[in-house]
Ligand binder design. Structure first.
Ligand code: ATP
Ligand code: MG
Length: 421
């Protein structure tokens, strides 16, 4: 069968059992965001490549080597499958002038694409839920973004840990950058290929190196913290104060720099050691410069994105079991009058909001009951010609020890709605 067409490497099918879990997760997420006053925004999966180059930065992993880009043969434009959601969100906000009457709290979800080496927790099509608070400058927004994550973790019964850092503002970053370049230049012999390449383009990213041989060098590098001006320090202090007041534990990680260029001031990551190497389940921070950088009227902003695949892996590793909906009823029937009545019963149950599978394809009661069991339904509704004449249904619980009963349709609906099996 080797010449069958398979899915593209690093891109996964979400089969029905998994999709049940995703739906349960999405329902929790939607309600969580509603409770915080965030509203959904949907943007296209394809954007102009230039958007991501400008937003994320030319010298980042994403833009240098992870983007799926192609030339639209009709007009020669370079287009890209979105690798993340913030650039598109900001593009749309500018294009539609959404900030004209003040700040906006927005969220999105959907597939993102990065040409990475596929491994557990790292895929070429993966999914994010992202949250953007646009037009808000204060540390209260940064803290609320973090607190709302903690709230979701509580609901999912998972416990990633929080790392935070501040990247300061443009001037302090420039000062730090100059010191970093001088420091790394003085240690040329220890730099690996990646670091050499980044030395003058993006030296901050060298601090984020995963190469163990570079750890000591990175640990002793000049610290951005030492360059921060009073305003950025006060901002960071206020974030910490608000987190403490909300009972959120955190660790300050001065090496946390994030892989996207648009961040300033507060950055944070939620990490776990339960998923092996791909331990970051959610990451975000402040990006006050991005709206202006993309041509909008400058406005502050902050946000985060979580990786759904990694979060669900963490939930599976010990979080709250996400409810998998099973049908309420599976209707079996034999005989012509029974079939007519079975269709009416199915319609009545569905109108009452009950998930109802109507047996199709005929067969003996015995074979139909096997299908009913396999469907995971809570009840079988059995309809023969006897039942059809009396307009009754035989109701058989498929779980627990309850007895089967023959009752009228309104009572069936009431029983199914109140049953705890
Ligand atoms: P990493 O360091 O793991 O590559 P990143 O810094 O590239 O992460 P972000 O761009 O901040 O990740 O994306 C936010 C979140 O999206 C990550 O924390 C992670 O949970 C998830 N994510 C990112 N890339 C992938 C991927 N290729 N496959 C699955 N999830 C991903
Ligand atoms: Mg990455």
């Amino acid at each position: 069968m080797s010449n069958n067409i398979q899915s593209v490497r690093g891109m996964n099918d979400c089969l029905p059992d998994a999709a049940d879990t995703w739906q349960a997760f999405e329902a929790i997420v939607r309600d969580w965001l509603r409770r915080y006053g965030y509203r959904e925004m949907r943007t296209p999966i394809l954007e102009h490549t230039g958007l991501f180059k400008r937003a994320i930065g030319e010298v980042t992993d994403i833009v240098e080597k992870e983007m799926y880009t192609f030339v639209d043969e009709l007009n020669g434009e370079s287009l890209a499958l979105r690798p993340e959601g913030t650039a598109s969100s900001v593009r749309a906000v500018i294009q539609h002038n959404l900030l004209y009457d003040g700040g906006k709290r927005l969220w999105y979800t959907g597939p993102m694409f990065r040409h990475e080496r596929p491994q557990k927790g790292r895929y070429r099509q993966f999914h994010q839920v992202g949250v953007e608070a646009l037009g808000f400058a204060g540390p209260d927004t940064d803290a609320e973004l973090i607190v709302m994550c903690a709230d979701l973790w509580r609901e999912l019964d998972i416990a990633p840990t929080l790392q935070i850092n501040t990247l300061g503002d443009y001037e302090s970053r420039q000062r730090h950058r100059a010191k970093l370049i001088a420091y790394f230049e003085a240690h040329q012999d220890v730099l690996d290929e990646d670091a050499k390449r980044r030395l003058h383009s993006n030296p901050l990213r060298i601090l984020d190196s995963k190469n163990p041989a570079m750890q000591a060098l990175a640990d002793n590098a000049p610290r951005l913290m030492d360059e921060l001006d009073d305003e950025a320090l006060a901002h960071f202090d206020a974030v910490q104060r608000l987190l403490r007041a909300s009972g959120i534990a955190f660790e300050i990680n001065p090496r946390l720099v994030r892989g996207l260029d648009y961040y300033n001031r507060t950055v944070f990551e939620w990490v776990t050691d339960q998923l092996g190497a791909q331990g970051t389940v959610c990451a975000g921070g402040r990006y006050d410069g991005l709206i202006g950088q993309l041509g909008g009227k400058p406005a502050p902003a902050a946000g985060f994105a979580m990786g759904i695949e990694r979060l669900l892996a963490l939930v599976e590793a010990g979080g709250r079991p996400l409810a998998v909906p099973a049908p309420d009823a599976y209707i079996v029937h034999a005989g012509e009058a029974a079939e007519r009545f079975a269709w009416q019963v199915a319609a009545a149950l569905r109108a009452a909001g009950l998930a109802t599978v109507l047996h199709c394809g005929g067969g003996s009661f015995k074979s139909q009951m096997k299908k009913a069991d396999a469907s995971r339904a809570r009840f079988a509704l059995i309809i023969g010609d006897d039942e059809a004449v009396l307009l009754q249904v035989t109701l058989k619980p498929l779980r627990g020890t309850g007895e089967q009963t023959r009752i009228e349709v309104p009572l069936v609906i009431e029983t199914l709605k109140n049953a705890t099996i």
